[in-house]
Design a protein around this ligand. Sequence first.
Ligand code: AHR
Length: 498
Amino acid sequence: MKAKMTVNEAFTISQIDPRIYGTFVEHLGRAVYSGIYEPGHETADPAGFRQDVKDLVKELGTSFIRYPGGNFVSGYNWEDGIGPVKDRPARLDLAWKTVEPNEVGLHEFINWAAEVGAEVNMAINLGTRGIEAAGNIVEYCNHTDGTYWSDLRRKNGAEVPFKIKTWCLGNEMDGPWQIGGKTAGEYGRLASEVAKVMKLVDPDIELVVCGSSHAEMPTFASWEATVLEHTYEHVDYLSLHSYYGNQKNDIESYLTKSVGMDNFIKSVTAICDYIKAKKGSKKTLNLSFDEWNIWYHSLEEDSKNEPWQHAPPILEDIYNFEDALVLGCLLITLLKNSDRVKIACLAQLVNVIAPIMTSSGGATWRQTTFYPFMQASRYGRGTVLRHNLDVPFYSTEEFDSVPYIEAVAIHNPEDNEAVIFAVNRSTNEPIDFSAELQGFSPTSVKEVSTISGHDLKQTNTESNSPVVPKAGPAVKIAGCNIGTVLSPLSWNMIRIGL
Ligand code: AHR
């Protein structure tokens, strides 16, 4: 099989917003307790955070971390997580049926995020709370001094305001499982008033309003339209959430999940633009895909969980080789939509459906999905180029005309390189892949890296990590063309010096 990609320096999709390499830490399972935070651990810093985890988070290169939930946030009192730890209440977390000790709260998390080099994306509770608590937390975090909440922050040890820029107005408010779930009309009204007040406290913040929990929700599309009718002029992004799985154990159709993601993004973009037209607004609303990942391996196990434990292991999916390929396709899809998707958060970061795993009191390891994310976050910087891709197609029950290659080309002028990420979806055929980089003068092959050749179900574990990128395949340069052969079922990164 042959595939030809054509790009031109002048034809671009968008500058990549670094927040597209976001992740997510929720007070859920072992994400916080015995994930990022484990005071008794041999690598723990004086604040109780594991250094080995911090090192892996930095290696992953996530630039933006959503916190503290997720479903958790809809029953959370943010004030429980400030002040002396010994005075903080333990609470029932009704979202995950666990006990939350509140040892880690605002200050601890914000300090940790700064250490790993990531910006915090704060979610507020619009399940059980509303306007007042939302205004107060913005004042606490972002107002300099001289008021009750800003002075309380200073008293609690943070003289300089946190200046949190991006805020989520609740979480999955359409979900019947959500604490304080709402109809679109109820949520839209509340979110618009909350947004107004938050921006009165700090006009520099940006707000993400909740879209549907996923595209199969019965109210999908009408939820978005109604919520935006209320909030369009007050908010900056609309959220999308989606999780994928290979429940049918069919690799050909599993690899098309990114086509579903692309359709979802295009549909939500259309709804935003419909409301823009309806309102005659000059503002274009962008998207925050603030929960995306593969999630299905742990579902059965989690249904057996005993309630009211502290930090039980839940949602601990162990990812395999095929998951890494699918995650690669999903990442490429987000990048190809970077003109509208400005924020995206891989859900989540540590232990809970995560690229990074820890054992309590023990070591850390990188899941298979760690690597495509790390390579994209490290080298997928700059501008996404528009491309034409000539490649054969296949069809599944769900989608027609799925290209055998999922790919994206990026120009990074700062590092003088062009980067191509490509997944070969064919289960048995190598593909002769060429790319014509019009307007560019390729000078060298800086790096070629692939994840390929594994059993589809191969996983990494604490003691053995076979699914890692390795060098290759060989890439030839001829003028502005490059050529290589992509193995069947492979994730590939090609970095060309310009
Ligand atoms: O990421 C796990 C959960 O998935 C989040 O808490 C929730 O928002 C979503 O349903």
